[in-house]
Design a protein around this ligand. Structure first.
Ligand code: FMN
Length: 347
């Protein structure tokens, strides 16, 4: 059975799961238009994740995917942490604030326990995708037994092979152009492969269906990737300006005025692509110390953003965006799907 029939969707277009930006309304709008809507639930508690899935199910009876983080919880290095806090102290002070004395693990991992798994099994979304790694074998088995389709992001061939070996259903080929964090399993080994090259690599060496993600803003770009072996495409940045996304005004304005992106690990502790702001120009200097582990670093990044925003400076926002952000169109999600389909058909 081809991927569209298996997922029960009309168009090979997925809305990328985007923690902080996803909403039930955006997910439902994409699904109702024949694409695969999504919810990025990695930053939620299990109860909040459950609420969002139920809300989406009220808004659509079409299939959608939910997404969780599979990072391995790392022990925090105290010396690195204190150095990092001291490095950012002057930034806090310029906004009349002080950094915290220690950092918290703000995002639980799907791997930590089965709380998120229980939510997925109870609410039965059509598909579930994972970022930063592969779920435990017993979790994959439980999802399979429930008939829920599984997907994992891969940024190189070794990760794709591990995904296949684990019995996952679909590989998301996430290229260096992608907005936000890529799902690199071990961030010390970033292969930095482009989306198109990943698709062709996976097509040649893997058996599973491939979803291309990273830098796709138009139907013409999508068509090239489908021609090169992708079974579907996944777009994130293209949907951030949609009315039903959760992006705030500062993020939307920055996307319009300064749609140039760069990768930094300073915001969260893992490399992620976003709109260039203070993080890239003032923090990522040649003498920047090492960053603490993900997601502890993100705790401090969010607190600095909150302190700066209070004083009207939004330059410490985590305004994630892909390398082709300048091609963004201000369309409603349903219209964007229609436009992408038209462009794909006539490309
Ligand atoms: C604002 C934003 C948040 C994101 N959050 C997540 C997430 O929670 N989980 C995930 O798997 N991918 C996340 N991503 C990456 C997307 O899944 C996708 O790979 C990426 O958006 C594709 O590149 P594009 O933005 O150029 O379309 C995020 C991307 C953006 C732009």
């Amino acid at each position: 059975m081809n991927l569209l029939n298996r997922l029960g969707i009309r168009h090979p277009i997925f809305l990328a799961p985007m923690a902080g930006v996803s909403t039930p309304a955006l997910a439902a709008e994409v699904s109702n238009q024949g694409g695969l809507g999504s919810l990025g639930l990695g930053a939620n508690t299990p109860a909040a994740a459950c609420e969002q899935i139920l809300k989406t199910q009220e808004l659509t009876d079409r299939p959608f995917q939910v997404n969780f983080f599979c990072h391995h919880s790392q022990a925090l290095d105290n010396t690195v942490t204190q150095q990092w806090i001291e490095y950012l102290r002057p930034q806090f002070e310029q906004y009349g604030a002080q950094p915290p004395a220690s950092l918290n693990c703000i995002y639980p991992s799907f791997l930590d326990n089965d709380d998120f798994l229980k939510v997925v099994l109870e609410t039965q979304p059509k598909a579930v995708s994972f970022h930063f790694g592969i779920p435990h074998a017993h979790q994959i088995e439980a999802l399979k037994a429930a008939g829920i389709i599984t997907m994992v992001s891969a940024t190189n061939l070794a990760e794709a092979h591990a995904i296949e070996a684990a019995g996952i259903d679909i590989i998301i080929a996430q290229g260096i152009e992608a907005g936000g964090h890529r799902g690199i399993f071990n961030e010390s080994f970033d292969s930095s492969v482009k989306t198109d090259d990943l698709v062709q690599l996976f097509k040649k060496h893997c058996q599973l269906p491939i979803v291309a993600a990273g830098g796709i803003m138009s139907g013409q770009q999508a068509k090239v990737l489908l021609n090169h072996g992708a079974d579907a495409v996944q777009l994130g940045t293209a949907f951030v300006q949609c009315k039903t996304s959760n992006a705030n005004d500062a993020y939307r304005t920055a996307l319009l005025n300064q749609p140039i992106t760069q990768i930094t690990a300073s915001i969260s502790g893992r490399p992620a692509r976003g709109l260039i702001n203070h993080w890239h120009t003032s923090i990522d200097t040649p003498n920047r110390p090492a960053v603490p582990a993900y997601p502890y670093t993100y705790d401090l990044g969010k607190q600095l953003h909150a302190a700066a925003s209070k004083q009207g400076d939004h330059g410490f926002g985590a305004f994630w965006a892909g390398s082709n952000a300048a091609q963004i169109r201000e369309l409603e999600a349903a219209d964007l799907i229609n436009q992408l389909v038209l462009e794909m058909n006539f490309a």
